[in-house]
Design a protein around this ligand. Structure first.
Ligand code: GDP
Length: 328
């Protein structure tokens, strides 16, 4: 039976990837940080077949131990401090976990794999935030990186370190440059989920306004469930490589608001939305739009859920959740 170790099992993508791997017959191990991790119960409830290991990306010996315990054929590094806005206030810890954590895991995998470095395949969750102040539209694997946040800088470090381990040691190491991907499992600090949760609460009379930041920012938003399939496909190729994963469409925050409110029959959303500089960023990534030609042609990957379907799925899920929470 193939075996996989997934870091970031408590995040958004970890559970989708674990479900995919379990459906393919993998033995799945999830790495979880710390004592009394509040998300442990969620993982045990939603993913009872995932075996939980304790470890931390900043602690290399804990990673060695996790590799010995799981003896994986595939390692997926999804663990990171991933909220961009937070990364300015916590630049050092973001660099330690999101950046240096990649080196710690690559080095642990290299040591664990011994004489056959390509025997353990490695996936690094790189990010479109690396394109930051975009140097080309749309962005492909060849586009010059120009990160605009401490998070983006840390992801660039992890990206190049993955390439360096592939080139230096012959590891089967791949970097997926994933554009924003969302789902009902997205954390409520991210703009899509913040909006869909608020729209559900407004519709149910539980909340009266949403306080937002920059409404003109544009993102290429896909569905997380589609994107984990691209991760798996990368590790099934003969060699490691880098791939942009995106829908190749971009939408503004205003369009997100249009669609989310329309899902509950509200067309004049301006009266519910207030802007506050608190949610503006010191530096903004203005126009992210991917060119995923390589992933589509080499991996045979295509996204299945489009943006309106994604927003509708998230609003419906939040309506059901908010009704349940409010006992309605
Ligand atoms: P990111 O692309 O990883 O930073 O994902 P986010 O979902 O956090 O932010 C996406 C975009 O939405 C950014 O350009 C933000 O500036 C913009 N945005 C506008 N209002 C808000 C808000 O209230 N919260 C968040 N998180 N983002 C906002």
């Amino acid at each position: 039976m193939p075996s996989a170790l997934v870091t970031g099992i408590t995040g958004q993508d970890g559970p989708y990837l674990a479900e995919l791997l379990l459906s393919k017959g993998y033995d799945v191990y999830g790495l979880m940080r710390g004592q009394n991790n509040p998300k442990r119960a969620m993982v045990e409830r939603e993913l009872p077949d995932v075996k939980i290991l304790t470890g931390d990306l900043t602690d290399q010996s804990s990673l060695m131990r996790a590799l010995n315990d799981s003896n994986p054929t595939e390692v997926y590094n999804l663990g990171a401090i991933s909220f961009v806005a937070y990364s300015w206030e916590n630049a050092k810890v973001t660099s330690d976990v999101t950046g240096l954590g990649v080196l710690n895991l690559l080095e642990a995998v290299r040591l664990h794999a011994g004489n056959d470095p390509a025997s353990v395949k490695f996936y690094q969750a790189s990010s479109s935030e690396m394109f930051g102040k975009v140097q080309q539209v749309p962005q492909s694997e060849e586009t010059l990186l120009w990160p605009r946040s401490p998070y983006g800088v840390a992801k660039v470090y992890g990206h190049y370190m993955t390439i360096n381990y592939r080139e230096s040691y012959g590891m089967h190491a791949s970097s997926g440059i994933l554009f924003n991907h969302e789902s009902p499992r997205r954390g409520p600090e991210f703009v899509t989920r913040k909006v869909t949760q608020a729209v559900a609460r407004i519709q149910l009379g539980l909340q009266h306004e949403i306080v937002m930041g920059n409404l003109d920012a544009q993102r290429d938003w896909g569905y997380a469930g589609d994107y984990v399939e691209a991760m798996w496909l990368m590790l099934q190729q003969p060699h490691g490589d880098d791939y942009v994963v995106s829908t190749d469409e971009t939408h503004t925050i205003r369009e997100l608001l249009d669609l989310a409110f329309a899902q509950v029959g509200i067309n004049d959303w301006e009266r519910y939305v207030r802007q506050d500089p608190r949610f503006m960023r010191p530096a903004e990534v203005d126009l992210l739009i991917g060119d995923s030609t390589k992933a589509r042609t080499t991996l045979g990957w295509t996204p299945k859920v489009n943006f309106p379907e994604l927003v509708a799925m998230m609003v419906d899920s939040d309506l059901a959740e908010q009704k349940k929470l409010a006992g309605l």
